[in-house]
Design a protein around this ligand. Structure first.
Ligand SMILES: [Zn+2]
Length: 493
């Protein structure tokens, strides 16, 4: 029997605001534990929350970019639950009137519906010294927790309490782990273009929970779903979904029920396991937050935010294809990483040859970045310098081998232009006919065997002779010209 996989994703993205959602505490990551707190985010009695305007604007930007219907009036609600990292015993979130609903995000040629976009505050973070020791061993630094804590103790860091989050919930329209990966990649790229989040999964500013169920293909009714939490990389999302789909299909085949439960992804064991049975919405006893008024979104304010939106990835991709004649494949590689696409366009201001610049960026530059695990922002070669190198190559003044050498050389010498390096090292391609002739003649004289082979009809011998010319010229001979000269001199007299 053939089975269908049904996936819906809930993504929490931490907004890049200076302060928290309802108080003035800094929202930056990495401070010492429990130093970025105040009576509001500590949940002390008698305090009142005040909504962060920037966070609200950011949520609207996300909603607009996802083509959602935006509420004209929205409100906040209390989601009640007890957890040690939630000092108020409730979280201010949005229940029945989210900021926005009914949008979509395009992946490849498919639209995935967006159910809702809402704002909420983050909870704190529990620290289990046991795990912290593990982290320390992995080389991460968290110096303030003493190793003298026994494993029976858990600590809480409330710096993150009240940090603004936007939750983006997709419709259950994702039909494979691969599509889930695509969706997350597109969404992350969109959020980075909007400038609303740094989407750094390691710092927890992008988190994903996945809902998954399976059913025999053709069947209408949905089976019970499970929720997978603790997914801190897109790769793990895909792996966890693959594991879970297979587990559920096997249970159905064996005639077993699938429990509605929350499962955790265990990256060490490559499997999901039960965390708890899933709470129903009623368990949270949502009710309107009495300390916050309703918020009205006027058409004028929305229009202002719409005007402030940057060019989004989908529009940029279309422009790259029409304006620069790039293939959709290469346009996609460039636009998915905003800084890379920006770098590309800066290069074009210096040397307007989109195809060759794209070629260099997507081959040599990306290879270098991947091998060294660095981002384009940390590349020491400025767009001006790279554009200069590509131009030298395009003009035939250096060979491709030398161009690659110069590219590496430019990392060592962080100020010199490609032209200066080539000049200093005498690497310009030899196009001068008389000099090339000397090299060609010498190659012919010293390799009678290859010459005989060529004259006997072995075409490969010509390339071998060309190799000799390149060797004699230390890679600087212009290959096309040298080939022509070889053919000329090898003709029977
Ligand atoms: Zn605070």
């Amino acid at each position: 029997m053939d089975y269908e996989i049904i996936i819906g994703l809930e993504v929490h993205t931490q907004l890049k605001t200076e302060t928290k959602l309802f108080c003035g505490c800094p929202a930056v990551f990495g401070a010492r534990e429990n130093l970025q707190v105040c009576p509001v985010c500590l949940g002390l009695p008698g305090v009142l929350p005040v909504l962060n305007r920037k966070a609200f604007e950011y949520a609207l930007k996300i909603a607009l970019a996802l083509d959602c219907q935006i509420a004209t009036r929205t409100k906040f609600d209390r989601k009640n639950y007890f957890y040690p990292d939630l000092p108020k015993n409730y979280q201010i979130s949005q229940y029945d009137i989210p900021v926005a609903k009914d949008g979509w995000l395009e992946i490849k040629d498919k639209r995935i519906g967006i159910t809702r976009v809402h704002l909420e505050e983050d909870a704190g973070k529990l620290i289990h010294p046991d795990e912290r020791t593990k982290e320390l061993n992995n080389g991460r630094t968290s110096p303030s927790v003493s190793s003298s804590f026994s494993s029976s103790v858990s600590l809480v860091d409330l710096n993150r309490t009240g940090v603004p989050l936007v939750e983006i919930v997709s419709e259950p329209e994702i039909s494979s782990p691969d599509e889930a990966y695509q969706y997350l990649t597109e969404l992350k790229s969109l959020l980075i273009y909007l400038g609303v989040s740094d989407c750094d999964m390691e710092k927890g500013s992008l988190r994903c929970d996945a809902n998954i169920s399976v059913r025999p293909r053709g069947e209408k009714a949905l089976k019970r779903k499970t929720e997978i939490k603790n997914l801190n990389s897109f790769k793990f999302v895909a792996k966890a979904l693959e594991f879970e789909a297979e587990r559920q299909i096997n249970r159905l085949k064996d005639g077993l029920e699938i429990g509605g439960e929350t499962r955790l992804w265990d990256e060490d064991r490559n499997e999901t396991r039960t965390l708890r049975s899933k709470e129903d919405v009623e368990d949270y006893r949502y009710f309107p937050e009495p300390d916050l008024q309703d918020f009205t979104i006027t058409p004028q304010s929305l229009e202002e935010i719409r005007k402030s939106l940057p060019e989004l990835p989908s529009a940029r991709k279309k422009r790259f294809i029409s304006e620069y004649q790039l293939s959709p494949y290469f346009a996609n590689i460039l636009i998915q990483d905003k800084p890379l696409a920006d770098y590309f366009e800066q290069c074009l201001k210096i040397y307007n040859s989109p195809k060759s610049v794209c070629n260099w960026l997507t081959s040599e530059v990306l290879r270098y970045l991947n091998e060294n695990k660095i981002e384009i922002a940390s590349l020491t070669i400025t767009p001006t310098r790279l554009a200069g190198l590509v131009k030298l190559f395009d003009e035939g003044r250096i060979s491709s081998t030398i161009a690659k050498d110069v590219f590496m050389e430019m990392f060592a010498d962080t100020s010199a232009s490609a032209e200066e390096i080539v000049q200093q090292k005498g690497l310009f391609q030899i196009s001068d006919d008389s000099l090339l002739e000397t090299l060609v003649k010498s190659a012919i004289e010293n390799n009678p065997r290859m010459v005989a082979d060529y004259r006997a009809g072995k075409k490969a011998a010509l390339e071998a002779l060309l190799g000799q010319v390149m060797r004699l010229s230390k890679g600087k001979a212009h290959p096309d010209k040298a080939r022509q000269l070889l053919q000329k001199y090898l003709q029977p007299h």
